[in-house]
Design a binder for this molecule. Sequence first.
Ligand code: G3P
Ligand code: CA
Ligand code: CA
Ligand code: CA
Length: 289
Amino acid sequence: NLSLSVRELEYSTPQSCKELKQTYKITQDGLYYLSTPSGVVYQTYCDMTTAGGGWTLVASVHENNLYGKCTTGDRWSSQQGGSPNVPEGDGSWSNTVTFGTAEAATSDDFKNPGYYGIRAEDVAVWHVPNNELVGRWKLTSFLRYHTETKFLNNYGGNLYNLFKQFPVKYNVGSCPANHGPSVPVVYDVGSATSNHNLYGPNIRANSVPGFITFRAINAERAAMAICSGVKPTGCNNEHCCIGGGGHFPEQSPRQCGDFTSFDWNGYGANTEWSASKQITEAAVLIFYR
Ligand code: G3P
Ligand code: CA
Ligand code: CA
Ligand code: CA
């Protein structure tokens, strides 16, 4: 119908991959256009096959320089240095700033309007090696898991609202009393054990595998956004949790950045507190359904 106005076209665009699957019967993984409720159209990746499909990519956390401590590219922590004067850092976990593109989600940070606009129930997380092309994400990912508890119903339907309740901000609480939720996960690629082994042995001794944890806090009251694959049982979570506020007091700014202190005992060393090279050099893709 050539008389469709641009506005009508926008309003006929689905608002999530779940809607694209359910209403439009799309079953192929790949890049699609979605719309916000107010009609802003954006492109993102839909996983239409895992565990029933309908998963919308809403964000990726990418560490462009682990030696850069809260420097350029640390959008999920602070690009403004590490300082108690910027306790929330860039504030990306609970604001409506968007950045990046779906196609570059393994090469740079990505955040689209779905992150704060979609109402979802569960999350999925993929760890995909940096700089992989979209068509190879599924093949090259070494960890993929999802929640099944519909936990987001209890936290406002997305991570934007969850992190409003649990601010990713220095000095808002103490460890372990004030951690946010830990949610059990089901693995689609890899396992709870293989995920655990990608962190340093000291972290393995101070965490339980098989969970995703939101807004962990460490001994020095630094806040982190996501502990992928673990529930912390100690307070040195800066070696297994990603994203954060703008201040990490221990040897500041050594722990400040999107991948926090994965390199504490050497880059990619996978000894003591250090994470493996594999997880250090992979983007963390976050999906909603
Ligand atoms: O986060 C690790 C740090 O707090 C303790 O390091 O070297 O005393 O084991 P270390
Ligand atoms: Ca960095
Ligand atoms: Ca980054
Ligand atoms: Ca520590």
